[in-house]
Write a protein that binds this ligand. Sequence first.
Ligand SMILES: Cc1cc2nc3c(=O)[nH]c(=O)nc-3n(C[C@H](O)[C@H](O)[C@H](O)COP(=O)(O)OP(=O)(O)OC[C@H]3O[C@@H](n4cnc5c(N)ncnc54)[C@H](O)[C@@H]3O)c2cc1C
Length: 378
Amino acid sequence: MSVVSVIGAGPVGLHCASILKEEGFEVSVFEEHGNIGRPVQCAGLISKAGIEELGLKLDDSVVNQVKGAKIFSPGGESITVEKKETVAFVVDRFLFDQVFYKKAKRLGCDIHLNKKLIDLRGSNLFMESSGHGELHRSKIVIGADGAHSVVRHSAFKRLDENGFVQGFQARAEGNFDKNLVEMHFGNFAPGFFAWVIPESSTVARVGLGAMLGENTAENFERFIKEKGMEIKVLSKSSGLIPMAAPGSSLVAGTTLLVGDAAMQTKATTGGGIVFGLKAAEVCAGAVANHLKHQHSLNVYDKSLKDLNKELLIHWKIHSYIKKMRPEHLDKLFAKAKNAGIEPFLEEHGDMDNPSRFMRKMLFKPKMWGLLPAALRIV
Ligand SMILES: Cc1cc2nc3c(=O)[nH]c(=O)nc-3n(C[C@H](O)[C@H](O)[C@H](O)COP(=O)(O)OP(=O)(O)OC[C@H]3O[C@@H](n4cnc5c(N)ncnc54)[C@H](O)[C@@H]3O)c2cc1C
């Protein structure tokens, strides 16, 4: 019987496994694919502050560094927030995942490729490997198996009813501003937004998210046409982005969920890497304390308080915007611009932690006109 089994060798599962191995525990990682980091289903935008807080070295996975964002309302009002320094990295997701893989291997984690979890019953893991069934047993199971999580489906039925956004993305050649990402709200991306994330001034990741049931490939064509973008598509990908309010318990018996499997994405942007990695540290800490000192695994839920506070604000902002009619969103953009949101966010903006800049709004009289909207969110 293994001590700890991590299902899924994405960045979150591998980070969790490495921490536990460093703490001295035997860790097995099971990954359904034959290699790590493929297929890529991500735009690869990660806050610099998040990476620094996590103390990560990204090696050669960074392909571009951006200084801010240009955000467009449905009617074309725009807000530009551009700092002098780098605020986010655009990473090659394959190379990024390899950073975590190499570390986990170097530390001696037992990584099994081509092993797919089919079902989980308590400590029994039913796996499929090259068309054959296998049974593994594990004291503790950590579900880091992404948006489609089998662990969540097997052990957390209630959480599995949560929502998702469907993402569609193309890597494309064209003319782009290398320093700024773009976000576009409009009817081509119902319930979410479209994005342009530059790898360079000639290549970008152009994509959108939309509610389940939308034809995102068609929506993408509409977005390109509506914006008059001239691009040459190099490759396409798609994937699910978990979209839920935080707060449900992520511990069931000796099974824990983390990362996309636990729906730990920012609902405003769909970004899940920084929060997933931070949650991996909390999860590994709770498991280590359980194994060393018999502390309850439920400490994991309690220790997520600070992360969940931020995720909840992201969720409320997303829900507030999602309910707005396009003309109201245009008006909100105009109002925010007049109130000086651009210089305010250039000074105080924080991609991951909205509570930090929302508090600061109280001390800026020019921002008070936006408080009714902000108060509806917090
Ligand atoms: C279109 C799109 C764009 C995105 N853009 C961004 C972005 O710009 N920035 C950002 O921060 N986030 C972004 N995200 C979200 C980001 O990709 C995820 O939050 C992140 O990958 C979560 O990491 P994870 O390790 O939890 O899950 P994953 O990276 O999904 O890893 C899960 C792993 O588990 C494996 N697995 C799944 N099921 C099983 C099974 N049954 N048995 C064994 N192994 C299994 C998978 O093969 C995979 O390797 C985007 C997502 C999408 C879909």
